[in-house]
Structures are given as structure tokens and as C-alpha cells.
Design a protein. Structure first.
Lengths: 448, 131
């Protein structure tokens, strides 16, 4: 006999582990995203009712999928019956009216087809979930949710809802959007999938690299929305970082040979390992060099390094490293430095050189300049930042004057440094960042 | 699914190089793959005619209707499995480089369904989908 709390935990665990599989399978069979989600949710409700008495099934995923399938078939049958009744009623009216009932011959209304999906689905649902081509349904779901024909915010919402199993309310909460707005966004995304003809399919080999890049970008965006949370929203948004890591693990499991997917997972783990150390007991933002490294999550660092180790063994240290790989290697340099002063900035600068060649974005250029500055070449870094400022590419981005301030301080020019940090203070968007800048200005220019 | 490819000019497109205008290869390739496509180049808006009925009166005027640098220069109608296939095909049309291509999915309808019934049915379906 299993106790109720234990089965409650089992259902919660199954929800985390099996939601995507149950939903993805139902979407393939029915083509109806909303129906799939509703039946998946209902199958977990049934598990809560039945597992305490019947025990947790040996294969919870298979149990849930079977229950959800039957629920879906019932609903499709019911829909078909209602449509048939409505059609009969309409035809009777037409006969009574003496109108030409035959005029629709050959032009089936959508409702008259409704009997077919239920039967077709029921017939096609054998014992296995395999569609025959050996492709995991969750992988189809990943690519459809992150399809470039959907708006970016719709991709994010759909991924978290359908693949991650978050409720609409949780997603709305995490992105500080009213719940009806988020619900609308998800409904529209599903309509667009159907209306625009977005397929439920893993892209073919030619399109895969680009499309996978799009998937990873969505996951990293979710991660950053969680990771860069500040003030009182840190805890709520931390759930997004956890979710992004969980989804990245799933993508890596589904596509173990895709190096950039693994690299993104490593990058997330290594960055997330610092989550607790980024904010001190007073809720103040703590910069990397000042963080209490004993508060870093050693297990997460270990996991991230292990992923990088596998990648290095795979390419023998000679393969082409993609942008996520390079960023993960940079994060690993920080994660393995015992103190901030021990950080291997020469290696970080070299990695940024490689990254800047792949990704000519101004933010990468800024970080590259900082890395060279920290590697004992502050003037070279400052020159690069001056060029960046002159290009205007970073506009009024507060981290540009902040970086100039830090490198000026390293170059032994505290007055000039404080002046640039004051400029950054004017532009900094969040209060924790402004407090950090004020503290730095006080350190450099105590008289002010 | 049926898609209309609206082939349009785009001032931000790549410069037109007549030697690289390989629309014939594009059509041949589709035919070789057994994909049904029919389409045409279109005369510019200066050759267009505008037709309106207002209060039972016919108004016929010459174009163009709006000064725009992005005008429809041609169309193709494609029958394919999904958007991904349509995107792949559109991406290889020469005007994807020199201009731009808008993919519009066809919205099938029963033309004999009375307008009022269709209007009410689609509104109800929309409401049902929104929960």
C-alpha cells in the first residue's frame, strides 16, 4: 500500500518527466493542441485519483499516455456525434423548407469530417507510441513550438506551456504579463500553427542547423529571463532558469550528437551555478569578482564541466567551436578559478577573440575588450571600447561606460574611472545595478 | 496545402543581376519534383485598373493606388504538404534574393454556404478556440 503523499510525489515527478511525452504523442494523433493539453492534464488528475489505491504503475508514462488517448478518443467521438446531430437537424430544416439539400454535394463541410479523426486516431493507436519513423514526438514538438514563422514571444509561451507543462498563469506571472494576454498569445500561436500550415515535424537535414539554432535561442532566452531577474522577482523568475535547464537537458537527450545543444546546456549550468552568489544577504547585486565562491553550486559546475569534457573528447580539441561552446568555455574559466585573481583572463580573451569572429555583435565586442583589459592590457581594452563607443552600436547601453570605468580603474586612473561610472549610473535600468555602481564610485572616489 | 506566393519588389533586396535571374530553373526543378505550381509575372501598378461599385455605381480608375516601393511583381500558386516545404521552395525563387516573397496560405471555404451561416459558424469557432 502506497501512502498518499508518496503517490502525490510520484504524480508530481511523472508530471515533470512525462508531460511533454503525453502531450506530444496526443498532438501527433489528433492534430489538436488544445485537446492534447486538456487530455494530458486530465490524465494526471486521474493519476492523482487512482494511484493511491491502485499503486504507481511500473511505467507511469505509458499509463498516462493510454489514459490521455482514451480521453481524447471519447472527446473526438462526442464532438463527431454532436456535429452529426447538428447536421441532421440542419438537413431536416432544409427538407422542410423545400430547399435543395443536394447543393452541397461534393463539398464536405469541416464538421462532416469530424467523425473521421476519432476513428482514424483510434485505429492508428496501437500499443506503441512510435510513429514508425523512430522520431520521438517530443522532438517534433520542440521544433514546432520554436518555428520561425511564430513570433518570438509566442515561441517562448508555447514552449513553456506545451513542452514544459507550465500553466498559462505561471507563464504570465514569470513574464509580468496579465494572464488573459498570455492566454490569448497561446491561443493565437496554436491557431497560427494550424492556419499557416506549420508542420509537426523535425526539419530535414538541410534546414536542421538553422532551425536547431532557433530552438536553442528560445531556450536561452527563457534561461536569461529567469537568470537576470532582479529585485523581488528573483525567486519567481528563478523557476524559468530551472525550466530552461530542464528543457535543454531534454533537447540534449533527444539530439545527443548536436554539439551546440550540449554546449548550451553546459553554459546554462555554469552560469546558473552562480545564482545564489549573485545577490547578497541584503538583496544587493554582487559582481562576479566579488562573489563568495563557496556559495557557487558545486554540483552544477561539476555537471557543466562534465558536458564540456565530453565535447572536448568528441572533437579532440580541434573541432569547430560554436558560439554556445565558446561561451560555455568562458563560463568554465570563471567557474574553475579559486579566486577572482586566479581567473585565466588570457584564455578568456582568446575565447572572446574566437567568439567575436563568429558573432560580430557589439555586446561580444564589449566583453572581448573587457577580457583583454582584465588580462593585463587595460589600454588595449579601452581603445577597443572607444572604437565601440564611436561606432554608436551600443547606443545608451549602461554597460559600455561601466566597462570603461572598470578598465580605467585598472589603468590607475580612478578619477576618470569614477566619471565613467557616474555616466553608467545615469543609464542603468535597475535599482540593484544603480546601487552597485554607487558603491564602486564611492570606492574609487571616496570624497564624492 | 495551397499557398499563394506573392512575389514583390523590395528596396532592401539584393541588387538585380539579370544573369542570376534563374526563374526557369526554379520552375523546372519544381516540375521535376512533381510539385504543382502555376504563376505569372505581373505588369507594374502603372498598368493596373481599379474597379469599385459604390451605391450601385461602377467606378473604374487607373492605378497606381499607393506610392510604394514594394509592389507585387508576380505570383505563384503552390500545392505542398506544409509551410516548411513552401518556405524551402520560396527561398530558392530568384526574387527571394532580389525582392521578397510573402507566403499566404489558402483559406478553403464552401462557396455555396450562405454568407450569414458562414459568418456565425466561424465566429463561434473562434470563440470556442479562445476558450
Amino acid at each position: 500500500m502506497t501512502s498518499a503523499p508518496a503517490t502525490g510525489d510520484a504524480v508530481a515527478r511523472a508530471y515533470r518527466d512525462e508531460w511533454a511525452r503525453v502531450t506530444a504523442t496526443l498532438i501527433r494523433h489528433t492534430g489538436d493542441w488544445t485537446l492534447a493539453e486538456e487530455c494530458a492534464a486530465e490524465s494526471f488528475a486521474r493519476a492523482l485519483e487512482r494511484w493511491p489505491a491502485e499503486g504507481v504503475p511500473r511505467n507511469p508514462g505509458a499509463w498516462l499516455t493510454t489514459v490521455a488517448k482514451h480521453l481524447a478518443i471519447d472527446r473526438l467521438r462526442r464532438r463527431a456525434n454532436e456535429a452529426a446531430k447538428a447536421r441532421e437537424a440542419a438537413e431536416m430544416v432544409e427538407v422542410e423548407d423545400g430547399r435543395n439539400v443536394g447543393r452541397r454535394a461534393g463539398v464536405p463541410l469541416p464538421a462532416t469530417d469530424a467523425a473521421d479523426p476519432a476513428d482514424a486516431a483510434a485505429d492508428g493507436w496501437g500499443d506503441g507510441d512510435d510513429s514508425g519513423d523512430g522520431v520521438d514526438d517530443r522532438l517534433r514538438l520542440v521544433f514546432t513550438c520554436c518555428h520561425p514563422a511564430l513570433a518570438l514571444d509566442a515561441r517562448v509561451a508555447l514552449t513553456l506551456r506545451t513542452l514544459g507543462g507550465l500553466t498559462t498563469s505561471e507563464i504570465a506571472h514569470a513574464f509580468l504579463v496579465p494572464e488573459p494576454t498570455m492566454a490569448q498569445r497561446i491561443v493565437r500561436a496554436k491557431q497560427r500553427i494550424r492556419n499557416a500550415g506549420i508542420p509537426y515535424r523535425v526539419p530535414d537535414a538541410a534546414a536542421l542547423p538553422e532551425r536547431l539554432g532557433g530552438v536553442l535561442a528560445v531556450l536561452y532566452l527563457v534561461f536569461n529571463a529567469g537568470y537576470s531577474a532582479s529585485d523581488g522577482e528573483a525567486e519567481r523568475r528563478g523557476a524559468l532558469a530551472d525550466e530552461a535547464i530542464r528543457l535543454a537537458r531534454l533537447v540534449v537527450r533527444l539530439m545527443p550528437d548536436e554539439n551546440e545543444a550540449s554546449s548550451l546546456l553546459a553554459l546554462m549550468l555554469l552560469q546558473d551555478s552562480r545564482r545564489r552568489a549573485r545577490v547578497d544577504a541584503d538583496g544587493e547585486l554582487v559582481m562576479l569578482d566579488a562573489q563568495n565562491r563557496s556559495r557557487w553550486d558545486a554540483a552544477e559546475i561539476e555537471s557543466g564541466l562534465a558536458v564540456l569534457h565530453v565535447l572536448a573528447r568528441r572533437d579532440g580539441g580541434r573541432g569547430i567551436r560554436g558560439p554556445y561552446r565558446l561561451q560555455a568555455e568562458i563560463a568554465a574559466c570563471h567557474a574553475t578559478a579559486v579566486t577572482a585573481d586566479d581567473t585565466d583572463f588570457d584564455r578568456i580573451a582568446a575565447l572572446y577573440d574566437e567568439l567575436a569572429a563568429l558573432d560580430p555583435s557589439p555586446v561580444v565586442a564589449l566583453n572581448r575588450a573587457l577580457a583583454h583589459g582584465f588580462a593585463g592590457r587595460p589600454q588595449a581594452g579601452l581603445d577597443e571600447l572607444d572604437r565601440l563607443e564611436a561606432s554608436g552600436a551600443l547606443g545608451r547601453y549602461h554597460l559600455l561606460p561601466a566597462a570603461q570605468g572598470e578598465l580605467l580603474a585598472r589603468a590607475g586612473r580612478p578619477d576618470a574611472a569614477a566619471a565613467r561610472l557616474r555616466a553608467a549610473l545615469e543609464l542603468a535600468p535597475t535599482e540593484p545595478e544603480r546601487r552597485h555602481l554607487r558603491r564602486r564610485i564611492d570606492e574609487l572616489d571616496p570624497a564624492s | 496545402m495551397e499557398y499563394l506566393l506573392i512575389v514583390a519588389t523590395d528596396p532592401e533586396g539584393e541588387p538585380f543581376v539579370p544573369e542570376d535571374d534563374n526563374v526557369g530553373d526554379w520552375v523546372d526543378d519544381l516540375e521535376a519534383r512533381g510539385i504543382r505550381v502555376r504563376g505569372q509575372r505581373l505588369r507594374p501598378p502603372t498598368d493596373a485598373t481599379l474597379v469599385r461599385m459604390r451605391g450601385g455605381e461602377l467606378l473604374v480608375t487607373d492605378g497606381p493606388f499607393t506610392e510604394s516601393k514594394e509592389w507585387m511583381a508576380g505570383y505563384d500558386i503552390l500545392e505542398v504538404e506544409s509551410l516548411d516545404e513552401a518556405i524551402e521552395i520560396a527561398s530558392r525563387h530568384p526574387m527571394a534574393r532580389f525582392g521578397r516573397i510573402e507566403l499566404r496560405p489558402a483559406w478553403p471555404m464552401d462557396v455555396h454556404e450562405p454568407g450569414r451561416e458562414r459568418f456565425e459558424r466561424e465566429r463561434a469557432e473562434e470563440a470556442a478556440a479562445a476558450g
